[in-house]
Design a protein around this ligand. Structure first.
Ligand code: NAI
Length: 344
């Protein structure tokens, strides 16, 4: 099995080599570049491509991979909004890593929230400069506040538990509510209306693209705190910027950004940032940005590598592929997964 991994960093190489117990059967080629229409030719001659959140697998890329004889697209992440799964159906199988560590993302979400409201990032810089003044560092208690969680899947659920531990009142909205968790499910309108803090944990789909925009923000409390650790395009960033300038949004914490693909994960410290929206956001004292870092824990990286290698092994051994996803999964009988077969 010849496997090409795209958009890799030294920590990916290290962890994938460490967990490859099938060295005689699986050979890895690590590319730093992202997979997209310009780089797809690098996949020629490989059986499988392993991709990440900012690789672009649109219909042209899928068809080119198919022509080259690539049989499997293995996402080393859970979200798959960057893969045209409709185009891939019937041509190339797609697998993901659905559950590598919801704790990593949920804990990072709380880290962002606490850092923002208690101004830890500012205090850290002050004390390093021997400035021990407290002026401007006043925060507020999370205890007794209302948090609205949109999407209560694996990550949203863990974040809800963390918030419950802080003594917060947890409102939630999900297309498929889970009655086993300690949250109050409400309509999206009511979640917007009553939450002091809103955190996004739903996947990006064509239906919810930019659903956080000026219109929805208008329905929120004045001074609301918005956290997005899910996918950048859930939020209309230009609208968010306006609402921060209008002081409608009190603070925002972003681990994802809709135009992140050419910027995040890279050291741009010696470059002139060309993205004016991001530059403006970074200039604001109540905006905290991390560069898609929420997943990055030791445990998550190990689980991602182990599960991806198992996904590939399952596929090439002709077994059913536990983590296969397809356009029809859960939508129609065209997907054979429910019959304990491969999706197609
Ligand atoms: P999951 O599939 O376990 O849960 C997603 C939940 O969202 C489900 O309960 C689903 O019913 C709900 N949902 C779907 N569409 C919705 C909508 N329009 N409105 C409200 N709820 C909706 O997914 P998981 O593992 O909890 O991950 C959530 C998202 O987090 C991923 O899709 C991904 O975009 C993001 N993520 C971000 C990472 C980071 O490093 N920042 C790392 C991993 C995931």
């Amino acid at each position: 099995m010849k496997i090409a991994l795209f958009d890799t960093k030294p920590y990916d190489k290290e962890v994938f080599e460490k967990h490859n117990s099938y060295k005689n059967e699986m050979s890895f080629t690590f590319y730093e570049t992202k997979l997209n229409e310009d780089t797809v030719s690098l996949s020629n001659g490989f059986d499988c491509v392993v991709v990440f959140v900012n690789d672009t697998l649109n219909s042209n890329v899928i068809n080119q991979l198919y022509k080259y004889g690539v049989k499997l697209i293995a996402l080393r992440c859970s979200g798959f909004n960057n893969v045209d799964v409709k185009e891939a159906f019937g041509k190339i199988h797609v697998v993901n890593v659905p559950n590598y560590s919801p704790y990593a993302v949920a804990e990072h979400t709380m880290a962002l929230l606490l850092t923002s409201i208690r101004h830890i990032h500012k205090a850290y810089n002050r004390t390093r400069d021997y400035n021990f003044s407290l002026n401007g560092l006043k925060g507020f208690d999370l205890h007794g506040k209302t948090v609205g969680i949109i999407g209560t899947g694996r990550i949203g659920k863990v974040f809800a538990n963390i918030c419950n531990g802080f003594g917060m009142h947890v409102l939630a909205y999900d297309l498929c509510p889970d009655t086993s968790i300690n949250v109050e499910y409400v309509s999206l309108e009511n979640l917007f209306k009553h939450s002091d803090i809103i955190s996004l944990h739903c996947p990006l789909t064509p239906e919810n693209y930019h659903f956080i925009n000026s219109k929805s923000i208008a329905k929120m409390k004045d001074g609301v705190i918005l956290i997005n650790t899910s996918r950048g395009s859930l939020v209309d960033t230009e609208d968010l910027l306006e609402e921060i300038k209008n002081k409608k949004v009190g603070a925002t914490c972003l681990d994802v950004y809709e135009e992140e693909s050419d910027i995040f994960f890279e050291d741009k410290s010696n470059h002139i940032l060309q993205d004016d929206t991001l530059a403006r956001l970074l200039s604001m004292p109540n905006v905290l940005i991390t560069s898609h870092q929420a997943f990055l824990t030791e445990e998550a990286l190990n689980n991602i590598a182990k599960t991806t290698i198992n996904n590939i092994k399952n596929f090439f051994e002709d077994g059913i592929i536990k983590n296969e996803i397809c356009y029809h999964c859960g939508r129609s009988a065209q997907c054979k997964k429910k019959r304990r077969e491969r999706c197609f």
